[in-house]
Write a protein that binds this ligand. Structure first.
Ligand code: NAI
Length: 275
């Protein structure tokens, strides 16, 4: 039987989440996505209006189907966590059940279980500031949206993941090496994500036979990356210095994720894959 995947962090067809969805769909998986609440309306209407149809084409010529789009804000674990101003915000008030716990409950109600969990989201409100100028609030917000969001997703989804399931996140080399410009505590957030990958691999492996890996991806001109401001420089740098002198495609990261989610990777866990 085909596998079912939940991919958190898809809001257009330019990012890694979309590419991972496509590679998993091409391998026969059923696709569910979690879309950041403020981006939900535009994503769903673009999907409906066929704006992504060209990017939905799979290698066999068919179109990727997204079975269901769930609104999600991964910085909130349950309704008690949501502050009044967010509750009252028009963009949020129009959707419901978008905290991590509620999304996991909804997926359980709709489908019973999943096999693959993908975390393809990050946010650092002060990313353009050097670490030395980052506020406590900005730093903690980066960790909350980019690192703890993964702990929380896995924690809430593990109970509905089939044994042998696989979980994948996306990280960036600024966790290990200094990359000037990747500020606001985002380098710290990626370091936490990578360390957590090892700890979560141990815990989820022992408890539920779930594998946990992260992919340290090369630079891609996604919406999030453009907001950081130096993405073209990073692409040029990789082109000049990487062993394979070609621009990385999102599809190549998608295929790495599909491999890690497949039985071909059945003994690979706690790893950081560099692509
Ligand atoms: P993207 O813009 O396609 O994806 C980021 C997504 O996170 C967006 O859909 C956004 O709506 C969502 N998001 C932000 N805050 C959220 C929240 N609180 N709850 C739910 N969703 C939220 O950009 P990209 O670049 O594909 O990012 C995906 C992952 O890949 C991120 O973890 C990023 O750090 C990582 N990555 C990206 C690289 C690049 O060069 N683009 C390089 C290495 C890693």
């Amino acid at each position: 039987k085909g596998k079912r995947a939940f991919i958190a962090g898809v809001a257009d067809d330019n990012g890694y989440g979309w590419a991972i969805a496509k590679s998993l769909a091409a391998a026969g998986a059923e696709i569910l996505v979690g879309t950041w609440v403020p981006a939900l309306n535009i994503f769903e209407s673009s999907l409906r209006r066929g704006k992504f149809d060209d990017s939905r084409i799979l290698p066999d010529g068919s179109l990727m189907e997204i079975t269901k789009v769930y609104p999600l804000d991964a910085v909130f674990d349950n309704p008690e966590d949501v502050p009044e101003d967010i509750k009252a915000n028009k963009r949020y008030a129009g959707s419901s059940n978008w905290t991590v716990q509620e999304v996991a409950e909804s997926v359980k109600k709709d489908f019973g279980n999943i096999d693959i969990l993908v975390h393809s989201l990050a946010n650092g409100p002060e990313v353009i500031k050097p670490l030395l100028e980052t506020s406590r609030r900005g730093y903690l917000a980066a960790l909350s949206a980019s690192s703890y969001s993964y702990v929380s997703l896995l924690k809430h989804f593990v109970p509905i993941m089939n044994p042998g399931g696989s979980s994948i996140s996306l990280t960036y080399i600024a966790s290990e090496r200094i990359i000037p410009g990747y500020g606001g505590g985002m380098s710290s957030a990626k370091a936490a994500l990578e360390s957590d990958t090892r700890v979560l691999a141990f815990e989820a492996g022992r408890k539920h036979k779930i594998r946990v890996n992260t992919i340290s991806a090369g630079p891609l001109r996604s919406r999030a990356a453009k907001a950081i401001g130096f993405i073209d420089m990073m692409i040029d740098y990789s082109l000049a210095n990487a062993p394979l002198q070609k621009e990385l495609s999102a599809e190549e990261v998608g295929n790495t994720a599909a491999f890690l989610a497949s039985p071909l990777a059945s003994a690979i866990t706690g790893a950081c894959y560099i692509r």
